[in-house]
Design a protein around this ligand. Structure first.
Ligand code: C5P
Length: 226
């Protein structure tokens, strides 16, 4: 089976508040999302790295990406799920091929974490995702900001990416009903009654969401020589 990395990068980065989307911010001399694309391309088992950008994207062509295996698809949609679904339609993978969907903003992904995910899912019929057990005590708030309940953290995980699924199954999961409310691919697969496997990710694989996240990302990448 082919193994395709698919990176949705058609978001506007509204929470970040920069003029260009966060995936294009310069991080150690490269666009932020270059780092994740380079890591995915460096995984020998991955055949292709497909990035999905907006048809209105004004930034991609300003950079010399210089990465093996990279192809760009200008088919981004109104939601993350739509961008991924459109990317899958453009790629037209085989039913049992693997697709690894990775957030453009998780720039500190490591080759080791991707290889751990791939190894854990060998022969798996559905797929799974990198995730981390919740380390803190979790509170549910009421409307006034008081604690309504303490949610037992035992068995709770924080979803990361890549999220790796059989291509046919993922395309069907994203094509059925309304998926614009989902924030990861696993949710769509779960709605089909299937159970993705949780594979331990790592804390460095966080998503750059706010400007305060940049200093940590820079330091992690610099320590790797990126
Ligand atoms: O907004 P959030 O950080 O959850 O976005 C996750 C990923 O989905 C980002 O890589 C973003 O660029 C991508 N995205 C997309 N198309 C959209 C919205 C988000 O490709 N319409």
């Amino acid at each position: 089976a082919q193994m395709i990395a698919l990176v949705p990068a058609a978001g506007s980065g509204s929470r970040f508040g920069a003029p260009s989307p966060k995936q294009y911010l310069q991080l150690n001399g490269r666009p932020l999302m270059w780092h994740a694309l380079a890591t995915l391309a460096a995984v020998p088992a991955i055949d292709k790295v497909a990035v999905v950008i907006s048809p209105q994207d004004e930034w991609f062509d300003d950079f010399d990406w210089r990465l093996p295996k990279l192809e760009v698809h200008r088919v981004g949609g109104a939601s993350r799920a739509q961008s991924v679904a459109n990317g899958l339609a453009a790629l037209a993978p085989g039913e049992d091929d693997w697709v690894l969907v990775h957030d453009a903003a998780r720039c500190c992904l490591s080759v080791a974490a991707v290889e751990r995910l791939i190894a854990a899912l060998a022969g798996h019929p559905v797929g799974g995702l990198l995730a981390l057990p919740v380390p803190d005590t979790v509170k549910r708030a009421d409307a006034e900001g008081h604690v309504a309940a303490t949610v037992p953290r035992n068995g709770l995980w924080l979803a990361q990416t890549p999220q790796m699924f059989r291509a046919g199954l993922l395309a069907r999961a994203l094509g059925e009903g309304s998926v614009d409310d989902i924030t990861d691919e696993a949710s769509a697969v779960e709605r089909q009654g299937l159970k993705p496997l949780l594979v331990e990710g790592d804390a460095q694989n966080f998503k750059v969401t706010y400007p305060r996240d940049l200093a940590l990302a820079k330091a992690i990448l610099a320590a790797r020589g990126e």
